[in-house]
Ligand binder design. Sequence first.
Ligand code: SAM
Length: 290
Amino acid sequence: MDRLTSPRTIKYIMEKYGFKFSKGLGQNFIIDDNVLERIIEGAEITEDDVILEIGPGIGVMTHALCEEAKKVVAIEIDRSLIPVLSETVGHHENLKVIHADVLKLDLMETLATEFGAVKPKLIANLPYYVTTPIIMKFLEERIPVTDLIVMIQKEVADRIIAKPSTKAYGALSVVVQYFTEPSIVTKVSRGSFMPMPNVDSTVIRLKVREMPPVTLTDERTFFLTIRDGFGKRRKTLLNALSSGDLGLSKDQARIALDAAGIPEQTRGEALSIDQFATLANAIYQVKIGG
Ligand code: SAM
């Protein structure tokens, strides 16, 4: 068999196993060695690392990961790829392939069983429609991983790393930056995949913070403040906060904004994560009648 990144290998697999690409499962396989190298380098994988890979496909990345890391657990939803993976990467003794839908798997239990108390790095090149839900699931449920290295649509990466008062800045930016320190690993053009998708991608690395970057009185109020603050993008904060899920009256919103030192006419997209925290803490005080 040729290298796993070779289109000839993919054709060989299609013929031998009768494999057909599933558009619904977002099957676009990497055929570019440089992209692989940049991901492995950006993830800073050492021989002490343990890895959770979601969506190994025919095992291109899996193979590279097995060569660098201590242990790799790969979760693949497509049953027809399991015998393929057994041929392409089955010889790696530090690899375990699990046939499952990652969205239905008890991740806490799987991680405890496979890695004990050691936190893995998550590496995923998934269909775009599941990538953001998976990132949010890992962060919000605090599934113990040290980093999330994920291939995502370029526009979503831009939103995640965006700074205040830019077009891409939104709730996703603030929430992801609250949980992690995001950085760009590499941009990937659509020509690096087979079959070729119709969008370009970016690989980002989200380094999970050990300590939150802001001090919060109540985390739920913080998330609600972000949601309401960005809920109606063209509204002033006074209007947005008094017509959202926080259930604040206009007077309460005015008092909280004043206590946080934020002018009423400011819009949510201008607030930094620190300002959202200050505002959320003020809102919490107002709500408990303090
Ligand atoms: N990692 C390989 C690569 O880079 O060449 C394959 C990437 S391909 C974009 C996405 C892979 O994720 C496919 O193999 C697909 O079957 C798998 N997949 C899609 N949805 C999944 C899910 N919910 N759980 C686990 N794997 C999934």
